[in-house]
Write a protein that binds this ligand. Sequence first.
Ligand code: NAD
Length: 435
Amino acid sequence: MSKICVIGTGYVGLVTGTCFADLGNEVHCLDIDHQRIEKLKQGIMPIYEPGLEQLVSQNVKAGRLIFTTNYEEALESAEFAFIAVGTPSGVDGEADLQYVRAAAEKIADLVDHPIIVVNKSTVPVGTGDWVADIIRKRRAGKPLDFDVVSNPEFLREGSAINDFMYPDRIVLGSVNREAASKVAQLYLSLRCPIMITDLRTAEMIKYASNAFLATKISFINEMANICEELGADVRQVAQGMGMDKRIGHAFLDAGLGWGGSCFPKDVKALAHMAVLHGTSPQLLQAVMDINRNQRRRVVLRLRKALGSLDEKVIGVLGLSFKPNTDDIREAPALEVIHLLQVEGAIVKAYDPQAMEAARTMLPKVHLCSNPYEVADGADALVLATEWNEFKQLDFERIAGLMRNKLIMDGRNLWDPERLRQYGFTYYGIGRPSLN
Ligand code: NAD
């Protein structure tokens, strides 16, 4: 059993803290957001993540998981302080490290015992050294016995608990191998490969991994656009490609492109770092351009089909950046909605989990309580997120509700033949259109 403090109780911190508690450790989860912590104390989850509520409740009951806003209490006798605060994009695309700095300063100011600072936030290469510097400088008069270990997080929202408990690998980086080995002990019961490397390499592994995954998606989207022109079906192209073990099936779904709280900011931050250090990240630029263009193509196609989008009613199904999460940060749906509104369209939308977030982020969108309300009177229906709930819709009913039977399937979820039988004009991504 170890004593762990997790700083930041968002998607990563809350899942990490809860899972560490479930593995038998004593965990203090700390956040500066009082409302968030109050809710957690009442058993109300601040995020939607399958299985999380039950796991939190079990571990709180067992006395292993404590929520607090009090840094002193959380850091008292903690052997490990995990930093899991946000690192959003700054003005030029660089990662904004103000929250990491604040956490490091608190550790420097409040800890008086040996501690290992573990950085789980996604941070620019060199941040581990920078954090060590901040602590060292603040403790100039009274040196602190500490080490910094980079432990990038690879969990996916929507399957975060499973990803934590059954990871493909754990990456640890430190100038002090012994410190990294101590962090490795926390993960030993997961029986997964643990790679120990230096700080900068560990930090780079996270960026390179996300950039590669984003590249795979942009690649298949470029193939989709070529398929559309040449009359091939990108879904089958991806299937045929994926059977090759060197390629694999994952991340080869053509669609509206990648989004969320990680890929966009991480690819941008990596490109920014590259430019700053004199290299020219041409591939990363193309990966971002293709992604932006995917959203534009959808709107272009709708405009072509409807003549103009002014005053047209467009229904959007799905707002979260992917299924099984309520996270709408940089979701493709948001950009599509923005582009539609710029052209004068009236947008209606529904999402199974993201409605609360949407209420504040999308004040001009008419939010509906189900897909049929979205379809009612719509000139076109756009599928932006492939939630299970949308797989088996009653299209006969939808055909009766829509003003104009036009479907833009941004995730290639539906069967074009079936939709055609109901009289729809169907557009997918990278598949032959059927009218
Ligand atoms: P988040 O925005 O959901 O949560 C961050 C939390 O940190 C917030 O609750 C905020 O109030 C808190 N916070 C900010 N400053 C603080 C401080 N000084 N002290 C205590 N708490 C503070 O962020 P997230 O999605 O959990 O991401 C955290 C980090 O992990 C980011 O660097 C992100 O890139 C990385 N990451 C995220 C994911 C993901 O799927 N969300 C996956 C892998 C890595």
